[in-house]
Design a protein around this ligand. Sequence first.
Ligand code: GLN
Length: 178
Amino acid sequence: MRIGILAVQGDYEAHARMLDRLGADYFFVRTAADVARADAMILPGGESTTMLKFLQEERLEAPLRALALRGGAFLATCAGAILLAREIRSPAQWSMGLMDIAVTRNAYGRQLASEVRHAPSQLQAEPLEMVFIRAPLIEQIGPQVEVLASDGGRPVLVRQGKMLVATFHPELTGDTVV
Ligand code: GLN
């Protein structure tokens, strides 16, 4: 599987280090031609406003949509989740709408709301370590969206088909399960 990591801005290097640990092949994605070579994509955390602007300027939306249509897998973390969401609040803005979730940006406050928490998940028996950095909140999920982990009653890891979205940063922990 050829995994592309969107490498515009944000913590894409941390995802690369995690894939190195897992022995998975990847390449950095910056152009539409790069997206066309990918079987799967990682959309990292960072600043979603900057990333959405880049997607539009570099015309990456159409190839990303095409990848989703041909059954490509997506892992989106934090700002990446915002890129996939059907609806963004606070502020309302454009997004790709590939995943049936509504998210509110920076819903846990500003810098202070960056912390490590532990919560149960469907993925393993032990609680999952979750690093939150100015995370979005998933406020609504569609009928096809499955919740794999919640924290304080709020979904933080969700799946729709081959799209996996985490509002935290699994690439910043020692745990490779996500
Ligand atoms: N606060 C960022 C945003 O709204 C997301 C933060 C992150 O990706 N760690 O785009």
